[in-house]
Design a protein around this ligand. Structure first.
Ligand code: FES
Length: 267
């Protein structure tokens, strides 16, 4: 990744011999073998602009099983440079997303959206109203810093939070899962609205972090917190947070987090 000047959360373009291309967000991890990349196959033309990784797979199948070579596709890779990155949450399903890169995912109470733009001279309020079906009589709260390129807009209809758009010149750094969780909550207090525009919870409401255990909505920050409090096994984390005690598919990730915490503590 360093050779290609790709950092976490950068956009990356993959192309294959068949001429197809996809654009995805980067996650750098030691879990991926050197010289290979992995892209999940669940993005479609319905929920992403150019995320359909199967487009890169040649139409050649195994003569016996009929399987395509889903895991052996040579690809070219390069950083996909954009002028502006965006993240948004919206109660209404996003539509008419005028962006070079976009993906949408259903979340509790609404939708979450990742964005990349080749232009940064966009009227972001107009863009957000159109994309998230925000009525014209709903007021916008937030700020735009022309020097840094940072824009943060939130829309409220009375106590109801309708959505927010965060734009920055580099990958947007906000607490994504916490913001998604706010779609279900009443947002009457000024302090809560300021927190929404800040993109992270106030100090008295810890950020759970990226979700590790989907069954119980337990985030990485909660797990590292439990480890610091003395949980040194997957079972102990399960007893404290319930994480890993249902389908079990997150247990190996919990194990890795525990190990990483112990390595950090030993350094
Ligand atoms: S994802 Fe953690 S128990 Fe199912």
């Amino acid at each position: 990744a360093a050779q290609y000047r790709i950092a976490d959360a950068d956009l990356v373009e993959f192309s294959a011999e068949n001429g197809a291309r996809v654009i995805v967000r980067a996650l750098l991890t030691e879990r991926q073998s050197r010289g290979s990349v992995f892209v999940p196959m669940h993005w479609t033309g319905e929920n992403s602009s150019l995320g359909r990784i199967d487009a890169l797979v040649p139409s050649i199948t195994d003569p016996v099983s009929g399987q395509p070579a889903l895991k052996h596709v040579p690809v070219a890779m390069k950083r996909y440079a954009v002028k502006a990155y965006g993240f948004a949450v919206s109660v209404a399903k996003p539509a008419n997303l005028d962006a070079a890169y976009w993906v949408i995912a259903k979340a509790d109470g609404g939708w979450r959206v990742e964005l990349g733009f080749e232009q940064d001279n966009i009227d972001w309020e107009t863009w957000a109203r159109k994309a998230f079906a925000i009525p014209a009589d709903v007021e916008v709260t937030g700020y735009a810093d022309a020097r840094s390129g940072d824009t943060r807009l939130a829309f409220f209809a009375g106590q109801h939070f309708l959505g927010a758009l965060f734009v920055a010149a580099s990958p947007v750094a906000v607490s994504r899962n916490w913001l998604v969780g706010q779609l279900r909550e009443q947002q009457a207090e000024t302090a809560k609205r300021y927190a929404l525009i800040a993109g992270r919870p106030s100090a008295d409401r810890p950020d759970p972090g990226a979700i590790v255990c989907s069954c119980f909505s337990v985030g990485v920050n909660q797990i590292t917190g439990a480890v610091r409090q003395g949980c040194s096994t997957v079972e102990a984390v399960g007893t404290t947070l319930s994480a890993g005690t249902n389908c079990g598919s997150c247990r190996s990730e919990i194990r890795r987090i525990i190990d990483a915490c112990h390595v950090l503590a030993a350094e």
